[in-house]
Design a protein around this ligand. Sequence first.
Ligand SMILES: Nc1nc2c(ncn2[C@@H]2O[C@H](COP(=O)(O)OP(=O)(O)OP(=O)(O)O)[C@@H](O)[C@H]2O)c(=O)[nH]1
Length: 337
Amino acid sequence: MTETRLRTHTHLAGYTLATLFIASLAMQNLRYGFYDLFFLAAAMTLLTLGGAGYTLISRRHQLSARGHLFILAALNSSLVAAMFALSPPGISHWVMPLVVFNLLILPLRQGLALSLSLLVALSVFLLAAEGAIESVTITAGVFALISVSALYIWHYDHMAQSAEDLAITDPVTGAHNARFLDETLQKEISRAIAMGHCLSVITLAVDYADEMEDLHGKDGMQQLLKHLTQHLFGVIRAGDTLYTLENGQFYLILPFTPEEGVRVIAERIRRTIAEERWPEVGKVTVSLGCTTRASADKRTPDLHRRVRAALHEAQKRGADSAWYSKEDQSRANAVES
Ligand SMILES: Nc1nc2c(ncn2[C@@H]2O[C@H](COP(=O)(O)OP(=O)(O)OP(=O)(O)O)[C@@H](O)[C@H]2O)c(=O)[nH]1
């Protein structure tokens, strides 16, 4: 289940439970003749029902739906207004579920801000209406409830973020993985088409990777890939992204980079890697294929196909070389030419 669907389900469940709870409060107050409180609860029920409707309408962009903040702010404000205008008995019983509800529906910071504001209003009200001891005791209890809920939500957000990072990160090198490559490249292609800027890509393979693995073992090769990743992160500029593929290969997406630029950076990568002495294996060389998006390239396979052909051409020419492929294969020419 995606995060958007999960949020839609939890928001719907939250609003439905809140509606049932507040509607039962409304009925109870009607039964005992507390008409002011009945109208308050009825208004709050309408707001939570509105929240459920809004959740359904915004189900496709639940993570960025801003309307929840307004609905929750209206719920909290109506309770604070009723607190000071009606001085209802047992108001802390209304506040407790609402502070948890704020945290369940809103992003952590917004939920905390609303819940703590409500807590401040409650403690001022209790201080004036019931005295210091009552106010401190109830405020401490509600504060503990807010803290535990916020900690739980922070923990959940943290775990969700770690799971997302793991899903898009190569465990050995720490660069992004192939799964994330297609997603990002398609976005970059769409951005380049919309904004009319250049986009280039490079694919890079360690020369004689299989022989090196036989010689230095899997661990030695993994250490080398880690160091190569750090080196590449040091060479590329902010905005460029790096991906680890299989068999000692890397992929670079370079937004705002024209043909002349990708030739410069490909050559710089080739040269700096060849000049370095790598702790595990000594000297290493790489072959690089590069290309720039042409107007006909609308999808990732268009660029993948051409950049792979360029890498293949570089490898055919022997180790330690780079090759640039233009849209038309017959016009392909070497980087250094
Ligand atoms: N995407 C990307 N392009 C690079 C990088 N380094 C060089 N280039 C491209 O190569 C061109 C020439 O780069 P340089 O020789 O470093 O010259 P520069 O004037 O210092 O380049 P700027 O980074 O644009 O200031 C740049 O304009 C870029 O198009 C890089 O790390 N990433």
